[in-house]
Design a protein around this ligand. Sequence first.
Ligand SMILES: Nc1ncnc2c1ncn2[C@@H]1O[C@H](COP(=O)(O)OP(=O)(O)OP(=O)(O)O)[C@@H](O)[C@H]1O
Ligand SMILES: [Mg+2]
Length: 247
Amino acid sequence: MNNCKLKNYCKQQKCDFRCYPHTILHGVDGKTGLWKTRNVPKRYDDCFLENLPPIDPPQTRKAITDYINRVTEAVAQGVGLYLFSVPSKDNPLGTGNGKTTTAVTILNEFLVKRVITHLQGNEMKSNPVFFMEMADFQNIYNAQFRGTRDNQEYASEVFYRYKDRMKKVELLVIDDIAIRNITEAFMNEFYEIINHRVNEELATIYTSNEPLSGLVEIFGERIVSRIEGSTLQYPFTGKDHRRKEWF
Ligand SMILES: Nc1ncnc2c1ncn2[C@@H]1O[C@H](COP(=O)(O)OP(=O)(O)OP(=O)(O)O)[C@@H](O)[C@H]1O
Ligand SMILES: [Mg+2]
């Protein structure tokens, strides 16, 4: 099966290392390249607008579709999104209603379009997208203070590499931002990333199980006001689609 994510835009259909665009996106072996280093979990590999599920409420679905249709412009203008769940009786925790799917769909669509504009001459120095789950970022941070000295040094290098990418990438997705138990020191690192991105007008998409008002308690006004000022906020009210229906 042809898995090249550029296939809908290409007449050649010779998708291997002999094709330059394929190699940029998927590496010489077809398994690496920008697609791999965007850092998205494998199960969101095929998230594109053409298979985006019917999100609730429909106004959110419509706004997301409009954003994707103008994704190159939206990202260039630094327009971010805050995608949050609104709990209901059917779905009291607001889980599994399509927030990560939506965020990755935007990231995937942007990356494909960005590779095309790169081929047309709009230079791209490094991967223009990056996905980071907030809990993973916190774990990477904490690893700097655990284990042997060598392990700590290695963890520190990894942390600062990720942090640098999160600061500079054209489009960053931060998944499940509303984590608990964050320390003052970790919050300062996070603030530096957000502050830099807002000042440089770089687009960030957040997913969250909390509305923005609920984030204040976790991160404080300094961070939340920056997120608020740099994003459009859309609620997700659907049921949990992860749950199997047996009856
Ligand atoms: N509206 C929908 N219709 C059908 N399937 C959906 C819909 N929304 C999400 N799904 C599916 O449900 C699963 C969970 O979706 P996703 O990971 O996007 O949820 P989420 O809102 O990020 O959840 P969480 O808050 O737990 O992180 C995925 O397999 C996704 O394909
Ligand atoms: Mg999610």
